[in-house]
Design a binder for this molecule. Structure first.
Ligand SMILES: [Zn+2]
Length: 294
């Protein structure tokens, strides 16, 4: 029997795993891949984004409530999940606004990356998914998530770095999650318009700069059959996701027809692979990957 393949997804807040790459994870889990979500912060400074949940009892216990939501989403997706123990930096309202003392985005890189290096050395993923260096969207925790993920990918295999966090392990591929591409939203927008549905994306697309993607999509993972699980996991984050809001404006069946993949940019690879890919594990063979092989 070959050893199972392992996938690690690194996220900033509870709910990010359900809005970025969730169907990919749900699919791989059901194909026998071990999947671990590492959530860097507890989401303590997230606002309640669903008006139906904006109640004093919920706001007062937001950290606890978000943990319970994360548990439910984890069960739905079938993944393992761990919090890395940092405190949400919050989304500043302007560039001048200072970040709160002690928050994740203000940590020194080696302090911020250490728990993730330890998790990589323990879980031993073949593939890591994270955000691009703009964070996918400009939340300081998302940008920091990119930095610690790249650091962990580069350092976890080096026995001289991060002593005391376990035996070295070198992951083989690093991906940036690319769900928010202009191409995808244009395609959904056109399909909705063509069917006489109002599209919520027009202003957004108009504001999008027309320039070549900094991180071109290299890898499209077919996962339309898992969009329903993705949506259930999103809804489990009830304080963050309004069932009548942004995520659900485009009918699921239309998404499945028009854009049946979740997309990625292959940022680092230590294996030979041919682009474009349709599998995050392309070029990796579990039975050839022994624990001692770096
Ligand atoms: Zn987030």
């Amino acid at each position: 029997m070959s050893a199972p393949l392992r996938l690690m997804a690194v996220h900033a807040h509870p709910d990010d795993e359900s809005s970025k790459g969730a169907a990919t994870m749900a699919r791989y889990v059901r194909e026998g891949v071990e999947v671990l979500v590492c959530t860097l912060t507890g989401g303590e400074r997230g606002s309640v984004l669903n008006p139906k949940m904006d109640r004093p009892d919920i706001v007062a216990n937001i950290a606890e409530v978000r943990r319970a939501e994360m548990d439910r989403a984890r069960e739905i997706l079938g993944v393992q999940q761990r919090f890395m123990g940092f405190v949400d930096s919050g989304l500043p309202e302007s560039e001048e606004e200072e970040l709160p003392e002690g928050c994740f985005a203000l940590q020194k890189l080696d302090v911020a990356a250490e728990p993730l290096v330890a998790a990589v050395r323990e879980f031993r993923p073949h593939v890591i998914i994270t955000y691009d260096d703009d964070g996918g969207y400009p939340h300081p925790d998302h940008i920091m998530t990119n930095r610690v993920s790249v650091e962990a990918f580069e350092a976890a295999g080096d026995p001289d770095r991060y002593p005391g966090t376990g035996d070295p392990w070198q992951p083989l591929k690093l991906y940036y999650q690319m769900g928010f591409t202009k191409e995808r939203f244009e395609a959904l927008h056109e399909a909705m318009t063509a069917r006489g549905m109002g599209s919520p994306y027009s202003d957004w697309i108009a504001r999008w700069e027309d320039r070549p993607a900094k991180w071109p999509v290299t890898t499209r993972v077919p996962c339309a059959d898992y969009f329903e699980l993705r949506d259930q996991a999103l809804l489990a984050h009830a304080t963050q996701v309004d069932p009548d809001g942004f995520w659900f404006v485009c009918p699921r069946e239309l998404q499945q027809e028009i854009w049946p993949t979740e997309d990625y940019h292959l940022a680092r690879s230590l294996v030979d692979t041919e682009l474009p890919e349709d599998d995050l594990f392309a070029g990796i063979h579990a039975d050839e990957v022994s624990p001692a092989c770096h």
